[in-house]
Write a protein that binds this ligand. Structure first.
Ligand code: ZN
Ligand code: ZN
Length: 305
C-alpha cells in the first residue's frame, strides 16, 4: 500500500488527563499542557461503582473540548474489566461495565474507547480470543448506532493477558461481526516489552510491515506513547519518561516523522505526569517538525497506568 504524506500540522500529540472534580474539568487542563488530543477515565478506573454523569458535566465537557481545540478524545476503560474472565460473575460484571462505558462515551461525544482485551487466567489463548470476540459481538449488537470506535490496546504480555502480538489481535478481529467498528491502540512500551524491536530502525520497519500485513494500517487509531523501564521482551508493563528508557529517543523521533505513524493521535502515559507532560509534548512536537532538541529534565511521579 502506498502512503500519502499528510501535512505535519495534522499531528495530534497529547496525554492522559485527570478528571478529578468532574470530566468537564479535563479539557482546560489538557489545553494548559498544550495537548492536541487527550485520554481520560470517565469514572474511577479501579472501582466497579460509579456515579452517573450529570447533564451539566456532559455539556461542559463537550463545550470544553471544542473551545480548547482538543482533537481526538479517547476514554481508557476500567482496569477491572476482563472480557474473557472464566468466572461467570466477573464476566457478567465486565460486560455490563463495558456497555456502561460505551453509553458514557456516546453521551460525552468521545470518539474512541480504549480497552485491554482481557486475561484468560489459564484457560488458554485460543479460548481467550474466542471469548473476547464473543463479548465484543454482544456489545456491538447492543449498541447498533453509537459512533464510538472500540479500540483494542496492545499489551506487554504479563501473565495470561491476550493481545501481546498483532497476530492475537488479528485473530480477535477476524471473529468480530462488525470489525469496521474496531481499531487498535499501540502502546509503545507494551509492544517493546512484548518483543517488538521498535528501538532499532530495522525493527521499527518490520514492526509496521507486520502491522500492515496482519491488521492494516487503517486500523491504527491511537498510540500510548511511553518509553519502557524494562528490556525488550520482558513482558512487564513499566512506563518510562520519553527517551529515558530502554526504547530510547530515536524510536520517538521515528514515531513523529514516519508517514505511517505521525498523524495517529498520540497520548502520553509516562511518569512525567501533568507536571511534566507539557515538556514531553513540546519535545515530540519539535521532533515532528524536524528538530532534535535535548530531552527535557523531568521529575518522575508515580503512575497507575
Ligand atoms: Zn491501558
Ligand atoms: Zn502500560
Amino acid at each position: 500500500m502506498t502512503q500519502t504524506a499528510q501535512p505535519v500540522d495534522e499531528i495530534q500529540i497529547g496525554c492522559h488527563i485527570s478528571t478529578a472534580g468532574g470530566v468537564d474539568k479535563s479539557p482546560p487542563r489538557g489545553a494548559e499542557l498544550g495537548a492536541g488530543c487527550m485520554q481520560i477515565f470517565t469514572r474511577n478506573q479501579m472501582s466497579w461503582s460509579h456515579k452517573d454523569l450529570g447533564d451539566a458535566e456532559i455539556k461542559g465537557f463537550a463545550a470544553g473540548v471544542r473551545q480548547h481545540g482538543i482533537g481526538t478524545v479517547m476514554s481508557h476503560d476500567s482496569y477491572l474489566i476482563n472480557l474473557c474472565s472464566p468466572d461467570p460473575d466477573k464476566h457478567a460484571k465486565s460486560l455490563a461495565g463495558f456497555m456502561a462505558e460505551v453509553e458514557r462515551c456516546t453521551r460525552l461525544g468521545i470518539g474512541l474507547l480504549n480497552f485491554h482485551p482481557g486475561a484468560h487466567m489459564g484457560k488458554g489463548v485460543e479460548w481467550g480470543i474466542a471469548t473476547i470476540a464473543d463479548s465484543l459481538n454482544r456489545v456491538t449488537a447492543a449498541f447498533p448506532d453509537t459512533p464510538v470506535k472500540l479500540v483494542l490496546e496492545t499489551v506487554a504480555g504479563q501473565g495470561s493477558t491476550v493481545g501481546r502480538s498483532f497476530a492475537e489481535l488479528a485473530a480477535i478481529l477476524e471473529r468480530l461481526e462488525q470489525p469496521q467498528r474496531f481499531g487498535i491502540c499501540v502502546d509503545t512500551a507494551h509492544v517493546f516489552a512484548a518483543g517488538y524491536a521498535i528501538d532499532t530502525e530495522a525493527g521499527w520497519n518490520t514492526t509496521w510491515e507486520e502491522f500492515e500485513r496482519l491488521l492494516g494500517l487503517e486500523k491504527l487509531l491511537a498510540f500510548h506513547v511511553n518509553d519502557s523501564k524494562v528490556k525488550r521482551g520482558s513482558h512487564v508493563d513499566r512506563h518510562a519518561l520519553i527517551g529515558r528508557g530502554h526504547i530510547g529517543p530515536d524510536a520517538f523521533l521515528r514515531l513523529v516523522t514516519d508517514p505511517r505513524t505521525r498523524c495517529v493521535p498520540m497520548m502520553l502515559e509516562t511518569p512525567a505526569g501533568e507536571g511534566g507532560y507539557a515538556a514531553e509534548i513540546a519535545w515530540l512536537t519539535a521532533a515532528a517538525h524536524g528538530e532534535v532538541p535535548p530531552l527535557p529534565e523531568i521529575a518522575e511521579v508515580k503512575r497507575g497506568y
